[in-house]
Design a protein around this ligand. Structure first.
Ligand code: ADE
Length: 223
């Protein structure tokens, strides 16, 4: 049976998906609560990983070891970085990078890669889902780091170095772990803010709206 692993960082990012699977079986490992369900002949495992790259990387490894997913989809909210990316737009990751780790340390040492690419089939699936829902979406780089970005000068520095469309705190940890295991991955994020001086206020206002909107994309993707 094809297995989809769906990872969200915060309970709000999985709330709508959890509503679709009220009878999901709950299994706990390494303090992560995995919810196991079925949809149209596919196994769906969804889990809340917590905030930050350590939480997201460890969760991804446990997900892979326990459930051997064919596809991993990361859902949630993010801060918009690209000029054309507006609050409540969707960003589909073409690739993911850590913005707070010098790239050459990953390029010169294991895993000899600092740019973790998404699976093309999953990217196409996400684009199609957004199209069917009539949602504005962009495909490009998502960067992650151990910091909520709400300072325009920090934002400008990250753009200068990595040229991303969105920033969050988990995607690159999931992408890095999926890469090390050879598992197909994509991150789909809805913008709750623009990672600028208004970032925190905007996040508070739009977090739930953006998380729920993104969940609709994910539900369409998994058919
Ligand atoms: N998640 C949502 N908005 C974010 C931001 N501005 N920085 C980091 N993670 C985020």
């Amino acid at each position: 049976m094809i297995t989809y692993g769906i990872i969200g960082a915060m309970p709000s990012e999985l709330a709508q998906i959890a509503k679709e699977f009220p009878d999901a079986l709950k299994e706990t490992s390494a303090m992560y609560e995995f919810h196991v369900a079925e949809k149209n002949g596919k196994k769906i495992v969804f889990v809340c990983c917590g905030i930050g790259k350590v939480n997201s990387a460890v969760c991804t490894q446990v997900l892979i070891d326990r459930y051997n997913p064919d596809f991993i989809i990361n859902t949630g909210v993010a801060g918009g970085m690209g000029k054309e990316v507006k609050v409540c737009d969707i960003v589909i990751a073409s690739d993911a990078r850590h913005h707070d780790l010098v790239p050459r340390l990953l390029e010169n040492y294991p895993p000899f890669c600092s740019d973790f690419k998404s699976d093309e089939h999953l990217v196409e699936l996400a684009k199609k889902a957004c199209g069917e829902l009539g949602y504005a979406c962009h495909t490009g780089r998502i960067v992650s780091g151990e910091q909520f970005i709400s300072d325009s000068s920090v934002k400008a520095n990250i753009i200068k170095e990595f040229d991303p469309l969105a920033v969050d705190m988990e995607t690159s940890g999931i992408a890095h772990t999926a890469f090390r295991n050879g598992v197909a991955f994509v991150s789909v994020r809805c913008m709750s803010d623009s990672a600028d001086d208004n970032g925190e206020m905007s996040f508070e206002e739009f977090e739930k709206i953006a998380a729920d909107k993104n969940a609709r994309v994910i539900m369409k993707m998994i058919g």
